[in-house]
Design a binder for this molecule. Structure first.
Ligand code: NI
Length: 153
C-alpha cells in the first residue's frame, strides 16, 4: 500500500475529529461502522501540550513486554462504564501510516494500553471481555437497556 486513497484520508480526519470531540484518546474504524483495519489515537491529554494525532492502518503487535500495567479503561462504545484492565505495559507495533509508509514503534504507558484497546476493536473485542463474568454481565445488561431506551425515541 503505497498510495492511500483520498477516502481513507478523509476517514482518518473524520475519525480524529469524532475522537477529539467525544472526547476520547482512541477510536477504531469498526466503532463508526467501517470494517477497515485502522484506528486513530492521541494520548496527550494535558492542557497546553500539543497533541500527537496518530493514524494506524493494518496495525499489528510484533512484541509485548512481560511486565503488565493496569489502567482504568473506558470506551466510546460503552459510555459511562470504566473498569481496571491488565495488559502488557509495552507493545511494539507495526503499521502503515497516512502516507502509506510502514512504521514501527514501541508504545508504553497510556499509549500502550490505548493501542491494544483499539487493536482489540478491529477483532471485535471490547475491554469488558477482560472482566470477570459478573462485572461483564452487569455492564452488558445496562448497555442493552440503554440501547432499548434509545430505540424508543
Ligand atoms: Ni473502545
Amino acid at each position: 500500500m503505497s498510495d492511500l486513497s483520498d477516502d481513507l484520508r478523509t476517514l482518518a480526519e473524520d475519525m480524529l475529529e469524532t475522537m477529539y470531540h467525544a472526547p476520547g484518546i482512541g477510536l477504531a474504524a469498526p466503532q463508526v461502522g467501517i470494517t477497515s483495519r485502522m484506528f486513530v489515537m492521541d494520548c496527550i491529554k494535558e492542557d497546553g501540550v500539543e497533541g500527537k494525532p496518530m493514524v494506524l492502518f493494518n496495525p499489528e503487535i510484533i512484541a509485548t513486554s512481560d511486565t503488565k500495567n493496569v489502567y482504568e479503561e473506558g470506551c466510546l462504545s460503552i459510555p459511562e462504564h470504566f473498569a481496571d484492565v491488565t495488559r502488557p505495559a509495552e507493545v511494539e507495533m507495526a503499521w502503515i501510516d497516512l502516507d502509506g509508509n510502514p512504521q514501527q514503534q514501541v508504545f508504553d504507558g497510556l499509549w500502550a494500553t490505548c493501542a491494544q484497546h483499539e487493536l482489540d476493536h478491529l477483532d471485535g473485542k471490547l475491554f469488558i471481555d477482560y472482566l470477570g463474568p459478573m462485572k461483564r454481565q452487569m455492564i452488558t445488561r445496562k448497555m442493552t437497556k440503554l440501547k432499548r431506551e434509545k430505540a424508543r425515541v
